[in-house]
Each structure stands twice: as C-alpha cells, then as structure tokens.
Write a protein that binds this ligand. Structure first.
Ligand code: PBG
Length: 335
C-alpha cells in the first residue's frame, strides 16, 4: 500500500485530543501484565529496605500476608520469590528443605491470597556459600578451578523445583542458564507427579552488569569470578534464538528474556520466533535503580519514565513483565 503524501496525509490528525490518542493507542499496559519480585528472609517483623533499590524490601514471612494482599488489591496477579537462607553451604541445602525460607513464603502467600500466582526462582546462587549458580569443579584442568559443573547441578535443580512444587508454587522459573535445565526440571517434576506445574524458563539471560542491586537484595554476589561461563554474552542476539529454541524443545511453557530495556531487540526476535509461547521480560534491579536514582535527583519525571519504559517492553513483544515498579505502576494505571 502506498500512503498518500502530505498534505493529504497528516498523522498529527490522530494526535489532536487525548480521546483520539487513547482510541488509536496500540499498546496498553495493565497491572495484569506484571509479576512482582519479593525477597524473603528469616526472622520476625522484618521489612528491610534495600539501599540500592529504594522502595523495595526484604520481608520476613510473617509480614508477607499483608504485603500479598496489598499486591492483589492493586490487580497484580503474580509474584516471584527470592529467598535468603539462614545458612549458605556448597550445595545450597536450604533451597530444597521442606521448611526452607521460600517454601515457608509460598505457604504464607497462598494461605493469605489463594488466587495469587506464586512463581519461584530456581537457582543455587542465593544458597551457596560461594554465590555461584551450581556445583563447583574442584579438580584440575581441562576445566578451570571454580567452573560451574553443568550436569551435577541439574540434579539439584530438579530437587529444588520439586520442593517448591510441594510447598505450593504455581510456576517454577529456572534462572541458572545450565544446559538442559528445563528438561531436567520437567522430568523431575513429572516423576514426582507435578506434571501440571509449568516452567517459566529464563531462557535468554545475559551476563549483565544491571544485576548489581539484586545481588545486594538477595545477598548473592559471587565470592569470586563472574557468571560469564553460563550467562550469555550481551553482544549476542542470534544465540538467543538458539537458547530459546532449545528450551522450547525441552518443554518450557513460557520463555523469558533478561534484562529487558537494553535487550528490546532480543525480546522482539524471541517473540517472533516463538509466538505460540507467552514471553516474559525481566525489568531487572539495575534498570529500576537507574530510574529511581534519576527521579530522586529530579533529573527525570518518575511516573513518565517508568510507564514509558514498561510500555516499551510490552511493545517490544513481552506478554509479562517482571518488575519492581509493579506496585507503583499498577497504582498509576488504575487512577
Ligand atoms: C539468579 C537471579 C539473578 C537475578 C534474578 N535471578 C541474579 C544473577 O543472575 O546474578 C537478577 C534479577 C535482577 O537484577 O533484578 N538467581
């Protein structure tokens, strides 16, 4: 189709009034698009603000019911849980303990708000004393010392997923970027008769510097080294298609791209390659911190940049957005 040129065509006509602009708006943000991340820790009466993420907290389990109710009242349908264990060890034992921190948190939230979709992050890094996402290689070459061993880690991830399902998780979300993690978790869940529990795979997760504040929030920085031998190189987009395709073949029910804003091109490509699956994007801690810091300084209009960012992520192809902005954005959207 050839468009008639100016002056017959005047795109500004459809921008004249708020009513017209609203009528032709292509992307509509809703609280239903959001998944709100929550950090949980042991103790009582704790609501500890995370310094690099103003407005975000570590919660003790006793305070979760009230928080879950306030999230539900805003129309947000889902949360994703991150646990800070009492003790860290080489294997991350509390990760699959029946009374582990995340297991307790799942039960508390489901009891308070049964309809809340509770998603759990399935990874080892918050639980291991070395802060890495799997079991470490202790031997010599050819593998480097401290290399995260892939296949032994898969067994642990399967146990963690089953433990979260037993505690009542609605969805498990493996985030460790181990090869074969989706297949391993699927077969562990199925063998334990949790075949109805869906997997949201962090299929395309980059080795990003934007995770900095999260590592403070979850108390999970790697004790040495980095995550570049399993998380993706930020320079690669074609590789994202390979990662996503493998996870689809392994049985992922939903895919995720992470971070979100610097990877809108990747979100679009993965959505176009797998339009049949819901796609989530994780608007990560550093993206949140950036906007909050600029807003606190009066350098950016807070509400404007947050809603613009979330709209852009949805426009880019995300069906779901994991975001620390969920509560404030849901509040603005319902005004
Ligand atoms: C791993 C995990 C991380 C994040 C979510 N899951 C940290 C990492 O990979 O280092 C980061 C989320 C964020 O920055 O908001 N369990």
């Amino acid at each position: 189709m050839t468009l008639p040129p100016y002056p017959t065509s005047r795109p500004r006509r459809l921008r004249l009034t708020p009513g017209l602009r609203d009528m032709v708006r292509e992307t509509r943000l809703s609280p239903k698009d959001f998944v709100y991340p929550l950090f949980v820790r042991h103790g009582k009466g704790i609501r500890h603000e995370i310094a690099s993420m103003p407005g975000q907290y570590q919660w003790s389990v006793d305070r979760l019911p009230a928080e879950a109710e306030s999230i539900a009242r805003l129309g947000i349908p889902a949360v994703i849980l991150f646990g800070i264990p009492a003790q860290k060890d080489p294997l991350g034992e509390e990760n699959f303990a029946p009374d582990g921190i995340v297991q307790q948190a799942i039960r508390a939230i489901k009891q308070a708000v049964p309809e809340m979709v509770v998603i759990t992050d399935v990874c080892l890094c918050e639980y291991t004393d070395h802060g890495h996402c799997g079991i470490l290689h202790e031997g010599g070459p050819p593998l480097p010392q401290g290399y995260v061993l892939n296949d032994p880690t898969l067994d642990v991830l399967g146990k963690v997923a089953v433990s979260h399902a037993e505690a009542g998780a609605d969805v498990v979300a493996p985030s460790g970027m181990m090869d074969g993690m989706v297949a391993a978790i699927r077969s562990a869940l199925d063998a334990a008769q949790w075949e109805h529990v869906p997997i949201l795979s962090y299929a395309v997760k980059y080795a990003s510097s934007f995770y900095g504040p999260f590592r403070e929030a979850a108390e999970s920085p790697p004790a040495f080294g980095d995550r570049k031998s399993h998380q993706m190189d930020p320079a690669n987009a074609r590789e994202a298609l390979r990662e996503a395709a493998l996870d689809v073949l392994e049985g992922a029910d939903m895919l995720m791209v992470k971070p979100a804003l610097p990877y809108l091109d990747v979100i679009r490509r993965v959505k176009d390659a797998h339009p049949e699956l819901p796609l989530a994007a994780y608007n990560v801690s550093g993206e949140y911190a950036m906007l909050k810091a600029a807003a606190a300084n009066g350098w950016l209009d807070e509400r404007g940049v947050i809603l613009e960012t979330l709209t852009a992520i949805k426009r880019g192809g995300a069906d779901l957005i994991l975001t620390y902005h969920a509560k404030e954005a849901a509040g603005w959207l319902s005004e």
